[in-house]
Design a protein around this ligand. Structure first.
Ligand code: ATP
Ligand code: MG
Length: 267
């Protein structure tokens, strides 16, 4: 890593959430590994997909690995959210054994490459692998293969919790350290989805992820007088002067928006 001379040299990737980028000096610094942490249904998948979608439109290639939800189910959800998938170069990888053929069309102009657990499972079945570390190897093989054949810039892992189920994390700190370092070594800006327990003081499963990550963005549902509001806040972001306040999150007209105020709704 090179040491910069001026903070203006820090390149950033937008979160594509209106109102949040303005509070993050423009976005997440490139090469950061950031956790998107939130309970069920807090739009973790939608927000990270939205980043890759908009970056693909801007000419930057990203890989979305969905371990929990199938590719079809995820894409159906995105179409329901009014994403026009015909506008981007979308590449679905059905099986990582044939990946070279599938990513041939991932030209330099920006693509969204998506793979699910099934794509990796086939390969593991072929080679009769089953132990936990093989899953992690298979995932890094996939990332490396894609990075070799494309100008891969961004990576989403949906989710860390699913990875914990597949791969035994007996020594979580060292294993997670390996994952975070490997992603940085690949020069990727990475978004790791983490399914958070219900407390703000307890953001992640092992309680070490938030220290190893370069940034943490928290998503939550807050109940006030029976009205539930979506909220988003930046818990930490290295090399960034950010606003740590809690913003109301809305998805309207195909755009995510973080609004300041978080007023108590009128009842
Ligand atoms: N057209 C829509 N407009 C706004 N919100 C929608 C729309 N369709 C679905 N949603 C919301 O999106 C939520 C799910 O989003 P998403 O799958 O991104 O969340 P998640 O945090 O990844 O969920 P999970 O915990 O299941 O992985 C639903 O709970 C629903 O409230
Ligand atoms: Mg999800």
């Amino acid at each position: 890593m090179e040491i910069i001379k001026n903070k203006k040299e820090i390149e950033r990737v937008k979160t594509h959430i209106i109102g949040l980028d303005e509070n993050l000096e423009g976005g997440i610094p490139i090469n950061h590994t950031v956790l998107f942490s939130g309970t069920a249904g807090t739009m973790k998948s939608s927000i990270t997909f939205n980043i890759l979608y908009n970056e693909a439109l801007d000419g930057n290639t990203g890989l979305y690995l969905t371990l929990e939800q199938s590719t079809d189910s995820l894409l159906n959800h995105m179409v329901n959210l009014d994403f026009d998938l015909s506008k981007i170069n979308l590449i679905v990888i059905p099986d990582i054994s044939n990946i070279e053929k599938d990513i041939k069309s991932a030209t330099k102009k920006g693509s969204l490459i998506i793979a699910d657990l099934g794509a990796i499972r086939k390969k593991l079945k072929d080679t009769k692998f089953s132990s936990g570390s093989d899953w992690l190897n298979a995932i890094f093989n996939l990332i490396k293969k894609v990075a070799k054949s494309t100008d891969l810039k961004l990576f989403v892992l949906d989710s860390l919790a699913a990875l914990y189920v597949l791969s035994k994390f007996e020594d979580p700190r060292s294993k997670l350290f390996f994952i975070f370092e490997s992603l940085r070594d690949l020069n990727l800006t990475s978004y790791l989805i983490s399914e958070a327990p219900y407390s703000r003081n307890n953001i992640t499963e092992f309680g070490v992820e938030e220290y190893l990550a370069d940034g943490v963005i928290q998503l939550q549902l807050t109940e006030r007088y029976r009205k539930v509001t979506r909220e988003i806040s930046i818990v930490k972001m290295r090399t960034t002067n950010c606003n740590l306040d809690i913003f109301t999150l809305e998805y309207k007209n195909g755009k995510f928006q973080a609004m300041y105020g978080g007023k108590t709704p009128v009842i």
